[in-house]
Design a protein around this ligand. Sequence first.
Ligand code: S3P
Length: 166
Amino acid sequence: MTAPVVVLVGPPGSGKSTVGRVLADRLGVAFRDTDADIELLAGKPIPEIFVDEGEPHFRELEVRAVRAAAETHPGVLALGGGAVMAEATRELLHGLPVVFLEVALADAVKRVGLDAPRPLLAINPRARWRELMDARRPLYLEVATAVVDTQGRTPEQVADAVLEAL
Ligand code: S3P
């Protein structure tokens, strides 16, 4: 069993994938993103999984993807923003270095608007993001071994802060 050197958690738009790639580069290890693993498992993009099979099915695939990656990926691992909602996932993260990337709504919305489509933020994204964050912030804090504020920082600066926090 090989564990990730760091796991990144945080809401959509916190920069997990961008920062994760920079970090992986710096550390000379591979980057892995459970959203991409889920798309491979399902053979379709995430918005289609939500439409065709529903969110509960997506969450089952997500627990499987996190388990596989947490047990075998020796690099940097980014989780989808909602992964921490599953107790099984929170348990899988015990004992691993987990960094919560904090982000303010305005920054997150800017990034999410430019990025891949998120089914949970398709309608009224600002209000939805706030609701999701209210529900999930305690869970990010529960699994995190360190918290890094991304406010006003470039992905390179956030990666530096993550490395310092490890
Ligand atoms: C989700 C976040 C997405 C993706 C899916 C559900 C969520 O990942 O897993 O759309 O529940 O917040 P990102 O956090 O990478 O956007």
